[in-house]
Design a binder for this molecule. Structure first.
Ligand code: GLN
Length: 384
């Protein structure tokens, strides 16, 4: 029999829907990965690193060149000073960073506050650490949260709160006022803030605020981000965690015994990307705005209800105009009959939660892919 801890969470529905998409030959608007190429200079740098024989283990907590490049970027963008030698751990994706941070900082029985809906990893991360997730709803359709519910979620067992901004799956970008309240509560209750800022550069509205730069937060915030979304290289598996020195020691130990380290040649190439100038980011944001509108227009025209996202590359859309099926059944039907794979909304909720009738679409796709999806979406009203 497998261990109990593995029995208490399910396989990733996001990745399952990718397999289902392949099975039915559907357009994959389920898993958030770009179907367009990553930046050429980074690909060239990766090939050069491999040909230059950088193929053995890097330093466990990250190749020096990459850690320095990350620290410089945080200084340039956020005026945040990061010591690359003592405060930075490079991991195999933000996913490993989050799991390693949970294992390094959270004890069995601790409570961790998570906004719901949530990116599906945080549930299993909490279970693996033996923690109890405590959920605070982001309310449909504009994804605000009730400050009193957040206050009430803090208890003497609370060890951490996870803040994902821009937010997957809702597209919410937490504003300064919301983050101020979170900062105040973290300080009042002596709680860690663990941020997931992987979509920091993919925004259509509002600024990205780095919680670690708020007064009193640097010493109690673990900032997690990565390369996957910013440089369209989800398969490279490169992420990082920025934490105070003492906590970084703990995170580095967990990371070391989980994976030893992230791929050495790709870390060299990642340093090249980290040094890109502001032009790169401006272009990327504009391209994503175009993609967002290219998906949102046909979604609205077909009859889905949703709030256009302020950031990230997902739309959580209500399908009750077409069907009163449950979300998993509807997502399967949509894949089979309409040739569009999505993720059922329940994958972003706690087990047993009452989930609105919504499914998640991604739009990190080429124009051709989005246009083909639009054609299928516009036929939906006749199909349903
Ligand atoms: N973050 C992406 C998503 O939400 C990819 C998830 C994954 O498969 N790692 O779809």
């Amino acid at each position: 029999m497998p261990a109990q801890r593995a029995a208490t969470f399910t396989e990733s529905v996001i990745r399952e829907m990718t397999r289902v998409a392949a099975q039915y030959g559907a357009i994959n608007l389920a898993q958030g990965f770009p179907d367009f190429p990553m930046p050429a200079p980074m690909k060239e740098a990766a090939c050069a690193a491999i040909n230059g024989d950088i193929n053995q283990y890097a330093v466990t907590w990250g190749a020096p060149a990459l850690r320095v490049a990350i620290a410089e970027k945080y200084h340039r963008w956020y005026d945040m000073t990061v010591d690359p030698d003592r405060e930075l751990t490079v991991t195999c994706g933000a996913t490993e960073a989050m799991a390693a941070v949970f294992l390094a900082l959270i004890d069995p029985g601790d409570e961790v506050i998570v906004f719901e809906p949530f990116y599906e990893n945080y549930g299993p991360d909490a279970i693996l650490a033996g923690a109890k997730p405590v959920f605070v709803p982001l309310e449909w359709p504009d994804w605000r949260f009730d400050p009193d519910r957040l206050r009430a979620a803090f208890s003497n067992k609370t060890k951490a709160i996870v803040i994902n901004t821009p937010h997957n799956p809702t597209g919410k970008v937490f504003n300064r006022e919301e983050l101020n309240l979170i900062a105040e509560l973290c300080q009042q209750h002596d709680v860690w803030a663990i941020t997931d800022e992987i979509y920091e550069h993919i925004r259509y509205h509002g600024s990205h605020h780095v919680l670690a730069t708020f007064p009193g937060m640097r010493e109690r915030t673990i900032t997690i981000s990565g390369l996957s979304k910013t440089f369209s290289c989800t398969g490279w598996r490169l992420g990082f965690a920025i934490a105070p020195p003492r906590e970084s020691v703990a995170i580095r130990k967990v990371h070391d015994f989980l994976t030893v380290g992230a791929p050495a040649p790709l870390q060299q190439a990642a340093a090249v990307g980290m040094a890109f100038d502001v032009e790169y980011y401006n272009h990327m944001a504009q391209d994503y705005l175009r993609r967002r509108d290219r998906l949102c227009a046909p979604l609205a025209e077909a009859g889905f209800k949703f709030t256009p996202p302020d950031g990230a590359y997902y739309v959580l859309a209500d399908y009750s105009a077409f069907s009163d099926r449950g979300d998993t059944e509807f997502a399967m039907w949509l894949t089979r009959e309409a040739g569009i794979a999505t993720v059922p909304g329940s994958s972003f909720h706690s087990p047993g939660a009452t989930v609105p009738r919504y499914i998640r679409f991604v739009f990190c796709k080429k124009d051709d892919t989005l246009d083909a999806a639009a054609e299928r979406l516009l036929k939906l009203p006749a199909l349903a």
